[in-house]
Design a protein around this ligand. Structure first.
Ligand SMILES: *Cc1c(COP(=O)(O)O)cnc(C)c1O
Length: 421
């Protein structure tokens, strides 16, 4: 039985497998909590974008904040990916992993002068400028270096992505981007600034979108703007539609496929002469990862059954932050215990510390569980709250696997701290 659209995460003889490896074996070898990633799923997802782009030159820039492990970036770089970054640190990760700076787009509302200089030095493809004030600083930094910054403006098309409010980014009320109304004036100003070369337009309307309509509305609005700019003598090379395509967290959602998404975009962009940039994050790595945890204690009460597991909100904050629901399955299907309804909670001292609620599972203390679709925005948002070490990360390819991030030690956790003399 397979658990998602890919063939790489499935049960065989009652054992959860990722590619050719039994999850329980890795849990024993590396301990828990543990992040496991399938490199085949990542490659399938990336190639699905690349292969779907048929008629328009398309650069797929993986949004590395979704999961910035160096080995994952390296694997994507080898497949020809570009990268969408939001900080100087992320740029350094791309370079460390062998990524090509000329395929990097630099997004983010708060770029500092130092980060701009670092990106100019590396030779990034484009800065996605998010405000008039940022444009002024970028012009100054670039011209002081005798450099030219290629830019697009991130425009806020004011469309409702119909997703969780914390991951809606293209509405008037959001902090991101330049309003649709202001955009032409900011482009005009950019055209006259030293050290600035206008190359594109950009938007990113939100994350975990499960419908095409908001993307279609956004592209329509950007095409309106592009026509208006053209009439004013400003012509663009590319349109960047950001990221945002959702994944099937519940097992019964049906987000648009990458090919239907690309087909919709290509039909709108046909005959415009524009090239396309995409910045997918979640839809590249989300369903490639699982978080493995072990049941520590069972604590049934008259009112509720709690299973205390060794993964917590510091390992995966999505349930607490976004009311996200990710499926949780047994790593070994055979259990003598009856199926009961459990809240799966962690050891952290917060009532928001849970990885799942009201889950029907057959549990015995010591069992391993796997939280599915944990490849995106899980490890990347992990913290050391409660002085908990961040989990180990393992990348699987075929029958092989590699430890791509060691579990943190106490020494790692206190590195850089000092007692008073
Ligand atoms: C987060 C982000 C992305 C990636 O979004 P996903 O929903 O993970 O695809 C792309 N572009 C920008 C600017 C972002 O902030």
């Amino acid at each position: 039985m397979k658990l998602n659209d890919h063939n790489h995460i499935y049960y065989q003889n009652g054992q959860l497998q990722m590619e050719g490896v039994a999850v329980s074996e890795l849990a024993k070898q590396y301990g828990t909590p543990l992040y496991l990633y399938s490199s085949s799923v990542i490659a399938d997802n990336f190639n699905a974008y690349k292969n779907a782009a048929k008629s328009i030159p398309t650069m797929v820039c993986y949004a590395i904040k979704a999961n910035s492990n160096l080995a994952i970036l390296q694997a994507l770089a080898k497949l020809g990916a570009g990268f969408d970054i939001v900080s100087g640190g992320e740029l350094q990760r791309v370079l460390q992993a062998g990524g090509d700076a000329s395929k990097v787009v630099f997004s983010g509302v708060g770029k500092t002068a130092d980060e701009m200089a670092l990106a100019l030095e590396a030779g990034v493809h484009c800065f996605n400028v998010e405000s008039d004030a940022e444009l002024s600083l970028l012009s100054r930094v670039a011209s002081q270096r005798g450099d030219t910054a290629r830019i697009s403006l991130r425009v806020n098309p004011d469309v409702d992505p119909k997703t969780h409010p914390y991951i809606s980014t293209g509405l008037r009320d959001n902090k991101f981007g330049i309003t649709f109304e202001q955009a032409p004036a900011v482009y005009q100003r950019a055209a006259g600034l030293p050290g600035i070369e206008i190359v594109g337009v950009d938007c990113h309307i939100g994350s975990q979108l499960t419908e095409l309509a908001p993307f279609n509305d956004a592209v329509d609005r950007l095409l309106e703007l592009i026509a208006e700019l053209k009439a004013q003598g400003i012509s663009l090379e590319h349109i960047d539609m950001g990221g945002g395509l959702g994944i099937n967290y519940s097992g019964s959602e049906a987000p648009p496929t990458k090919s239907s998404y690309l087909a919709a975009l290509e039909s709108k962009l046909a005959n415009t002469g524009l090239s396309l940039i995409l910045e997918p994050g979640r839809s590249i790595v989300g369903d490639a990862g699982v978080l493995v945890t072990q049941v520590q204690y069972l604590k049934p009460t008259a009112h509720k059954n709690f299973a205390i597991v060794d993964a917590a909100m510091n390992d995966n904050i999505r349930p607490a932050l976004y009311q996200a629901e990710q499926r949780i399955v047994s790593v070994t299907e055979t259990s003598d215990a009856p199926v009961q309804t459990w809240d799966l909670v962690g050891p952290v001292c917060e009532s928001a510390d849970f990885i799942g609620k009201d889950r029907p599972l057959a549990l015995t203390a010591g069992d391993y569980l796997a939280q599915l679709d944990a490849g995106a925005y899980c490890f990347g948002m992990a913290s050391n709250y409660n002085t908990r070490a961040r989990a180990a990360e393992v990348l699987i390819a075929g029958d092989d696997h590699w430890l791509v991030r060691e579990r943190e030690t106490f020494a790692d956790l206190i590195r850089g701290e000092h007692l008073l003399p």
